[in-house]
Design a protein around this ligand. Structure first.
Ligand code: PEP
Ligand code: MG
Length: 913
């Protein structure tokens, strides 16, 4: 906060205390209301109470800092002057709204109260001043309903299916014989106000408050309090927003979109944010209040389809405002507006949330339109690296979809709000989706609702896709699923969702809870039953090669973006791949080498030999068994070297504990196995069992694995080294360059790497002598245990490269088993013991420190030491950025994460500049 004694920031009539720079204090909404006021966009006057006050409120039992009362009173007077109306006035009453607004938008997660300032007197005055009694009484009933819910917590109890106010409203509509709220007469609404008040009195034991200033303070308290409600906390955890930020509170004069047919309310986007197409678009409702659009209760009309005809001047004003805002912010804007008697007022603008598809298209288009530079296009806030994932997501297999259509399984169509394709079992409540997901995360669910509300967040997260009967492209369901990258369809009006009966009906087709359903988030089509999915357009161009690059605009934009990415990033990106097919994919996604080839999968395919090796009593038998594996290993490595065409290939020596190949569990599950092995080896069944029992370990991850295997059984290392070198010689003889890097796992002592390096070198020399060729190769180590990081200077005397195995390094640094932490990590996350899952994103304070020590130690011995990372973290944007800062040469991740890692690397390189 600029001035700690300033607790209130006024905006209105072209003047504002705040600006867009003050987002941390004023929140996104408050800062942008101030900014819009400054640049001459019409905004109703108001003021913002900064986030610091929210934090004070949270830390001090819901009390306020000294001086706030007086500053609020003074600001209210300013608002009254600018708007020419007074709070509680009996001629022209001022009504205000009270809205939350955090530093980063958290759509719908916190509270809002509208129409504050109404009571039995001011409602009469509003009726007279506006000349519209129905509007005045409707505003009053809305106010009681919202204030009742948000401030007084008059809500449906656990045993009630419906909100108590909604129940009264429905009953009133039924009694009056009307369909919409807006068809109720002033008299109906006046009665409803009395019924609402009686409901409040009955449920809370108190009268509904009449004094406007008391109403305002109660609403401010509710807004600040809502920062700590469950859904807001869940949302913050999901999106890495610190709990310490707090929300600002915006108190703003009301303007009315429900004064008549020359009034409207709406939300708009300066470009489409589902697929990114240019052009102003959005939802509006004539003669309605803002909440009606966002809550998705009445299905709004599309701005781009009909506003131009219905309200041409309004459309023009909106387009101009949209251009002004896009030019000013150099970003797609998501706005909320109200049209009062033909005049457009802006209530909010913010950088629009968008899908990964839209993010790429918009960023590339804005560069081509000259509004931003390629560097800006790559900014993290424009394209969160993880969102590229969506471009590679599955779509419905066109043939299977066509078949579903011919089979008459097209159920209905809604608005395509979140791209992707999802099939799953129908689930009608968020709680049920969450419950089912917790029992079995593999079974896909589609959450089908009339509309969603912020309470449904957890269930939306658990579902594969979301389908709603009401709401438009800016409804809660659309906004939230778009941000989550979930497939979503909204406003499928033909759907009749009956929560009590547990059915979803379209015409005479009735689906029950648990029935399969499929939704196409690109087109809005809903199918009964499952529909098979297939690869995305970009995958079809890059990997499947079923689409020509020139035929895919989406691909061309992706390619343009990635060209900029590679221009700016300095961190290399490799892939973790064991098979040539995986390597081919990874290269198509831009991988520059293999950072980890795990060799054990080859052993799993040749269990007979490896089991013989494990059971061998003497070195000769063991050697014989191992050498039978040599041709298979060599063939695999040959394939990889050929595919990689001279790019570096890091091959890791055998790592897993031997019991993964033979354990008592195997003998139990395959009753004939012990006998077969005994016969093969000419030993007794008892001996097979006894030897297998010896392999049992209490903590196999900390047991006989990694280089400890190659040290105790040097034959294994020698065989693997021979396979690598023979493959390299063979591929080099084909005229293809090779760059093998032999990597020793789980090293803690220099003597361990020395031991293994000797074997590798000896074997390589033998192969080179036999073949009369030499190959340039390197021997390096994984850094997977704290000791290796601590003694990296010594280890680097032998190791020619390092690769941080952060899966094991996290496990050993935190003393948290990578196989068993699932049992408590959920609780840890929910209770903010850890800010994220340390096996997904590097624990920078702990594991990160070890990495920094490892880098420093290693480079103190070998200044040009090549260092990478090959744990799962190599594909996590925050971890990639950390690796850039730590001075690593490359990250290595699974093929489909390669584009994400490239983008994250470029983003950090640019942030560095
Ligand atoms: C690691 O530990 O980070 C690693 C890459 O090895 P693995 O996952 O195979 O143990
Ligand atoms: Mg490991």
């Amino acid at each position: 906060m600029a001035d700690p004694t300033q607790l209130v920031y006024f905006f209105g009539d072209g003047r504002a205390d705040g600006s867009t720079e003050m987002k941390n204090s004023l929140g996104g909404k408050g800062a942008n209301l101030a900014e819009m006021t400054r640049i001459g966009v019409q905004v109703p006057a108001g003021f913002t109470i900064p986030t610091e006050v929210c934090n004070y409120f949270s830390d001090n039992d819901g009390t306020y800092p000294e001086g706030l009362k007086e500053q609020v009173a003074a600001a209210l007077e300013q608002v009254e002057d600018v708007m020419g109306a007074r709070l509680g006035s009996e001629t022209n009453p001022l009504l205000v709204s009270c809205r939350s607004g955090a530093r980063e938008s958290m759509p719908g997660m916190m509270d809002t109260v509208l129409n504050i300032g109404l009571n039995e007197h001011s409602v009469q005055a509003l009726a007279e001043h506006s000349g519209n009694a129905q509007f005045a009484w409707d505003s009053y009933r809305r106010f009681i309903q919202m204030f009742g819910d948000v401030v007084l917590e008059v809500r449906a109890g656990d045993d009630e299916h419906e909100d108590p106010f909604e129940r009264l409203l429905e009953a009133k509509k039924k009694a009056a014989g009307v369909k919409y709220d807006s068809d109720l007469s002033a008299e109906d609404l006046q009665e409803l106000v009395s019924e609402f008040k009686a409901e409040v009195k009955q449920r809370t034991g108190q009268d509904f408050p009449d004094e406007p200033i008391d109403q305002i303070w109660a609403a401010i308290g509710a807004v600040f309090g809502s920062w700590n409600n469950d859904r807001a906390a869940v949302y913050r955890r999901d999106y890495g927003i610190p709990h310490s930020w707090g929300t600002a509170c915006n108190v703003q004069a009301m303007v009315y979109g429900n004064l008549g047919d020359d009034c409207a309310t709406g939300v708009g986007l300066t470009r489409d944010c589902s697929m990114g197409a240019p052009g102003f678009n959005g939802d509006y409702l004539i003669n309605a209040q803002g909440e009606d659009v966002v809550a998705g209760i009445r299905t709004p009309k599309r701005i781009e389809a009909s506003l131009k005809d219905e309200m041409p001047e309004v459309y023009e004003q909106l387009e101009t405002i949209g251009k002004t805002l896009e030019n000013h912010y150099q970003e797609v804007q998501d706005i909320e507006f109200t049209v009062q008697k033909g005049r457009v007022w802006l209530l909010q603008t913010r950088n629009a949330k968008r899908t990964g598809f839209a993010a790429v298209r918009i960023a590339v288009d804005l560069v081509h339109e000259g509004l931003i530079t390629p560097e800006q296009a790559l900014e993290k806030r424009r394209i969160p690296a993880d969102d590229l994932n969506q471009l590679l997501q599955m779509v419905f297999d066109p043939e299977k979809k066509a078949l579903a259509e011919t089979e008459g399984r097209l159920l209905t169509k809604g608005i395509n709000a979140g791209p992707g394709a999802a099939s799953g079992h129908i689930c009608l409540t968020a709680a049920e989706a969450e419950r089912l997901h917790n029992i079995d995360a593999e079974t896909p669910l589609i959450l089908v609702r009339r509309e969603t509300s912020p309470e449904d967040l957890r269930g939306m997260r658990a579902a594969q896709g979301i389908l709603t009967a009401f709401g438009g492209a800016s409804s809660h369901a659309a906004l939230v699923s778009r941000q989550m990258g979930k497939t979503c369809i909204v406003g499928a009006n033909e759907l009749n969702v009956d929560y009590i009966a547990g059915t979803v009906t379209v015409g005479d087709i009735v689906l029950n809870v648990g029935d399969p359903i499929s939704i196409d988030g690109f087109t809005g089509e809903v199918f009964t039953g499952m529909v098979d999915t297939t690869e995305s357009e970009i995958v079809n161009v890059l990997i499947k090669k079923t689409v020509e690059p020139g035929d895919s605009e989406a691909y061309q934009r992706y390619a343009q973006l990635m060209e900029w990415v590679d221009q700016f990033r300095t961190l290399g990106v490799r892939t973790n791949a064991d098979l040539p097919e995986q390597a081919v994919q990874a290269i198509a996604f831009g991988a520059e080498g293999i950072g980890l080839c795990r060799t054990e999968h080859m052993f799993l395919e040749h269990l007979e030999e490896i089991r013989e090796m494990i059971l061998a009593r003497d070195p000769e038998t063991r050697l014989e068994a191992i050498n039978r594996l040599l041709p298979f290993q060599q063939e695999e490595f040959t394939g990889l070297f050929r595919t990689m065409q001279g790019r570096p290939v890091t091959i890791r020596l055998l790592d897993p504990p031997l019991h993964e190949f033979l354990s008592e569990r195997h003998l139990q599950e395959q009753p004939e196995l012990a006998g077969t092995l005994a016969a093969q080896l000419g030993i007794s069944i008892e001996e097979v069992r006894a030897r297998t029992a010896e392999l049992h370990e209490e903590n196999p991850m900390l047991g006989h694995r990694g280089c400890r295997l190659g040290i105790v059984y040097p034959e294994i290392t020698a065989m693997q080294a021979r396979a690598i070198m023979q493959a390299a010689v063979a591929v080099q003889a084909e005229g293809i360059e090779v760059q093998p890097e032999v990597m020793v796992p789980l090293v803690a002592f220099q003597t361990e790497i020395d031991n293994q390096a000797d074997i590798v070198r000896e074997t390589a020399d033998a192969v080179f002598a036999e073949t009369g060729t030499t190959i340039a190769y390197q021997i390096g180590t994984m850094i997977e245990v704290p000791r290796a990081a601590l003694r990296s200077d010594e280890i680097a005397e032998t190791a020619e490269f390092f690769s941080f195995g952060t899966n094991d390094l996290t496990q050993t640094c935190l003393g948290m088993s990578r196989d068993d932490y699932g049992g408590f990590i959920g609780h840890y996350r929910e209770n903010d013991i850890v800010p994220f899952d340390p096996f997904q994103s590097i624990d920078q304070g702990g594991v990160g420190r070890l990495i920094e020590l490892g880098v420093a130690g290693g480079r103190s011995t070998r200044s040009d030491l090549k260092i990478g990372i090959c744990g799962e973290h190599g594909g996590d944007p925050a971890s990639v950025m950390f690796c850039h800062r730590a001075g690593l040469n490359y990250v290595s991740c699974s093929p489909y994460r390669v584009p994400i890692a490239r983008l994250a690397a470029a983003q950090e390189a640019l942030a560095d500049q």
